[in-house]
Design a protein around this ligand. Structure first.
Ligand code: ZN
Length: 98
């Protein structure tokens, strides 16, 4: 009976891995500061046109003001039709805040 003894062949070829430090590049991704879009805020006080009204409006644009005023005028002042001259007056009283 011949037994074969385990063949332990050669040594595991050690690959000469030297120092393998990944050169960490000093990569700072440029952080962008997003410029906050400061929406111009328009302000309108209904009291400037309708003396006994204390309603005020704050909207980013004149158009939004006018739209809000139109709704307000209809629901609170019973103005189903906003005469152009009233629109003009509203426009003239719109103040830009900031
Ligand atoms: Zn009003």
């Amino acid at each position: 009976m011949s037994r074969r003894r385990g063949g332990r062949g050669g040594r595991s070829a050690a690959t000469p891995v030297g120092r393998h430090h990944p050169a960490a590049p000093d990569l700072h991704p440029p952080i962008r500061h997003p410029i906050p879009l400061e929406a111009p805020v328009k302000q309108f006080a209904c009291g400037d046109v309708v003396p006994n009204c204390t309603r005020t409006f704050l909207e980013p644009t004149d158009e939004e003001i006018l739209a809000a005023v139109a709704v307000h005028a209809r629901t609170d002042h019973g103005l189903t039709d906003i005469p152009p001259e009233l629109v003009d007056r509203v426009r003239q009283r719109i103040r830009g805040a900031g």
